[in-house]
Design a protein around this ligand. Structure first.
Ligand SMILES: [Zn+2]
Length: 129
């Protein structure tokens, strides 16, 4: 792997997009694969022809667990692996349901939670599960 100065750290670029209110993932211009987390090279074919593309924001919970925290520290929350429609998976949380109600297969939609840094969080799709 090269470490050329021309390539900006992709995770930093990703965060800058998020801070501007855009949730993007990488798409390879050579083989068409999507990938997340951001990397310098395509994990499928090794190409560096990666472009940012707005994520659909649609996905399903692929795995879920509950992180237990004292109420004064924010209380329990879900810790999920979401598979986006693009086929990539990312770790996040589902905000609008009790952690124990966040089950594998739950359809979710992404939103950007402002903050420093901003982050991608999910909500359960209305009427599901
Ligand atoms: Zn590729």
């Amino acid at each position: 792997m090269t470490n050329g100065s021309a390539a900006q750290a992709p995770d930093r670029e990703y965060q800058e997009f998020l801070n501007e209110g855009r949730f993007v993932i990488q798409k390879c211009g050579a083989c068409g694969a999507y990938q997340f987390a951001p990397r310098v090279l395509c994990t499928s074919c090794g190409s560096d022809a990666l472009a940012w593309q707005d994520a659909s924001g649609q996905g399903v919970v692929y795995a879920a667990t509950t992180i237990c925290q004292k109420p004064e520290r924010g209380g329990d929350y879900s810790y999920v692996l979401v598979e986006l429609d693009e086929g990539v998976r990312m770790i996040s949380t589902v905000l609008d349901r009790p952690p124990l109600d966040v089950a594998v297969g739950l359809p979710v939609v992404a939103e950007i939670e402002a903050g420093d840094p901003a982050r991608v969080v999910f909500r359960g799709v209305e009427g599901a599960a």
